[in-house]
Design a protein. Sequence first.
Length: 311
Amino acid sequence: MWQRFCQQQQQQRLPHALLLSGVAGLGKQQFAKAIVANVLCMSLKNDNSPCGQCHSCQLLSAGNHPDHIEIMPEEVGKQIKIDQIRGLKEKQQLTTSVASWKSIIISPADAMNVSANNSLLKLLEEPQQNTLLILVSDKPERLPITIRSRCQSYPFSSPPTEQALAWLATQNVNNQNDELEKILQLASGAPIKVLEMLDANINEQYQQIERDFDAILSGQANPIALATSWKNFELSEVLQYLHYLIKKRLIELMKTEQKSTKNRHYLKISDCIMSTIKLTSSLNNVNKTLLTEDFIVSVMQITHNSEYKVR
Ligand SMILES: [Zn+2]
């Protein structure tokens, strides 16, 4: 991906807008920042990396470059508002003051609300000379197609497991008892996400979620209380983990028994998890507590009235 960018830059074929997409934890932010450092540097080195010495490089590393803007929600998890995008237009019309390019990072781009999207679309329709707009998104499907189609796509994909584990080893994280491989799977193969998960003591969280899930299966859970307690977790991560659990249990079950009621239940629950995952990723501003309650109730209905002994 980096080579592709360098090639475009050297051939002076850089587009006006890029969309860096892919699951969280693949380094899209770092990549966007590296691009910015490159286009703003006034004397790139022979290997196309920024010199780190010029006035422009120094301003950027001081976090105070007049030709660079970063737009993000004012609070984590909130929307990017139209005023934040409107300001860009005025800024874009100014000439550059230090570098020969202007750069803008919008991240996460899918956090823009409808009016912010419309305002950005106008900018994309009238691209300015030597201005590079970089959109970063874990959920590009939430961006309007009119915006996506005006950006050149840089899709990030997860590296092969071996490569990810090897990189994690360079960060002093080692694969003990295949634990790391499990976490990597839960992180959709994204190694930087694994580091974050380990920092957040994810194993304890998952043990709690597994206990809760067993309570749901055996009909002992209180959906309202549980949905409230799950507010402490990222819902999409809980669902990914449940999906992983149910898959694992299905595989174990298929080793021991032929068709059983439990087998059918697990398949139904798996469908239920998948459709809830779809809902969380397709809807902005979804009421997550309500969605969680609905999910728990649906699973309890599947296992209701059956002799349910967990595992
Ligand atoms: Zn420089």
